[in-house]
Ligand binder design. Structure first.
Ligand SMILES: *Cc1c(COP(=O)(O)O)cnc(C)c1O
Length: 402
């Protein structure tokens, strides 16, 4: 069992780390595939030693030295995924959770538990993240700002600054280094779900906390719900204590599947991004499309606004699956105003640049031509607007500035 904190290893490339990190001890164990440990409890005939290990975890949040005592505390299979993800993000540690929302909840609780209940955040965020903050379900208070307003919004009780880049669903991009600078001593939490460490490593720009909905690209096959936070070991210890106390643990089978998903993450991201860039280009010169959002950074997400009725496009796709979520091997499309961002107040949603005519597409590994043929026929019923001055692709950043 590997329980040491992951060490960043700048000598190896991301592609190499993706298939080797978290697996270093396997050959020594005489194994090739990682073992899957489904234990909920771990036997020990020495309850004095076990008491000492429980005390050590309770006071430090350090991974237990030896077997985990109980599965809510730690799991060796999930620990492999955590170590591997930390290596890919270039952080000391990572802590996995039952979902992206459980991961965000733990980050907020870790800070609120220290009396730091105020959060500064930039819209748009994933709909449920927005809702969790807006509704104050965890007793936190949020101040929504433009990126330029972050420094001014920070108070003595500010526990976190929260951003997404590229953001869900507009793909708006932020200057993470400038934002980290504006945060001063307050930790910057960057949700890196859309970019993945293949395209962007926010810790290198000064984000102390890097969050993923691992449900998306990290798992990559639409069959695992999970979240993970990559961060320094000090914050990881706080997160492990919150996870132990609140129970949002990842199932070990999910940890196993996530480690397996990481091994193909770089090739999946590169292939899907290439297709997405080409689809964004074609949409950008299509008269049925009012506006295309595609990040400067690249990536496998494309968002676009139609002149006609977005619901008709959703009902018209045949190869592409009309479904919420993203990051799978197959292409998904959804209407944020109806689904992913439905829970956000319509006024707040529109003010954040989420048009009612916006569609968000997660491009998978199908052929570009097959995807384009499907999009083309789904858009076919759309009336081309005659008063338009001409379509053009715009980057999400430029679009967000309007
Ligand atoms: C999906 C998503 C989440 C929430 O993750 P779950 O795994 O669904 O709980 C958080 N942030 C972003 C950017 C997402 O896309």
């Amino acid at each position: 069992m590997e329980t040491t904190a992951a060490q960043p290893s700048p000598a190896r490339s991301l592609s190499t780390e993706a298939v080797h990190a978290g697996r270093e001890d396997l050959a020594g164990l005489g194994l090739h595939a990682p073992p899957l440990d489904l234990s909920t409890t771990y036997p020990s005939y020495d309850s004095r030693a076990e008491a000492a290990r429980i005390d050590a975890f309770a006071t430090t949040g350090e991974r237990p030295d030896g077997p985990p005592v109980y599965a809510r505390l730690d799991n060796p299979t999930t620990a492999r995924f955590e170590n591997a993800l930390a290596r890919l993000e270039g952080t000391e540690s990572a802590v996995a959770f039952a979902s992206g929302m459980a991961a965000l909840t733990a980050c907020l609780l870790a800070r609120a538990g220290a009396g730091l209940r105020h959060v500064v955040a930039v819209r748009p965020l994933y709909g449920c993240s927005d809702h969790l903050l807006t509704a104050g379900l965890l007793g936190t208070e949020v101040t929504w700002v433009q990126p330029e307003g972050i420094a001014e919004a920070i108070r003595p009780d500010t526990g976190l600054v929260l951003v997404e880049s590229p953001a869900n669903p507009t793909l708006a991009e932020l200057d993470l280094a400038a934002i980290a600078e504006a945060c001063g001593e307050v930790p910057l939490l960057a949700d890196n779900t859309f970019a993945t460490p293949v395209l962007q490593r926010p810790a290198e720009s000064g984000a102390r906390i890097v969050l993923h909905s691992a449900t998306k690209y990290l798992g990559g096959h639409g069959d695992v719900l999970a979240g993970v936070v990559a961060c320094d070991e000090e914050f990881a210890r706080q997160l492990r204590q919150v996870r132990f106390a609140t129970g949002g643990v990842l199932h070990p089978l999910a940890g196993y599947l996530l480690l397996r998903g990481l091994s193909t993450l770089p090739v999946r991201m590169r292939a899907a991004s290439e297709t997405a860039a080409e689809l964004a280009r074609r949409l950008g010169s299509d008269p049925r499309i009012a506006r295309v959002h595609y990040p400067r950074l690249g990536g496998a997400m494309v968002a676009f606004e139609v002149h006609g009725d977005p619901h008709e496009v959703i009902s018209g796709v045949r190869l592409i699956t009309p479904a919420v979520s993203l990051g799978s091997v197959d292409t998904l499309i959804q209407h944020p105003a109806s689904i992913s961002h439905r829970i956000v107040d319509a006024g707040d949603r529109r003010a954040a640049g989420v048009s009612d005519r916006l569609l968000r597409m997660s491009v998978g590994l199908e052929s570009t031509e097959d995807l384009w043929a499907d999009l083309d026929q789904a858009l076919g019923a759309e009336p081309a607007r005659v008063d338009r001055t001409g379509p053009r692709a715009e980057t999400a950043t430029a679009a967000a500035g309007r």
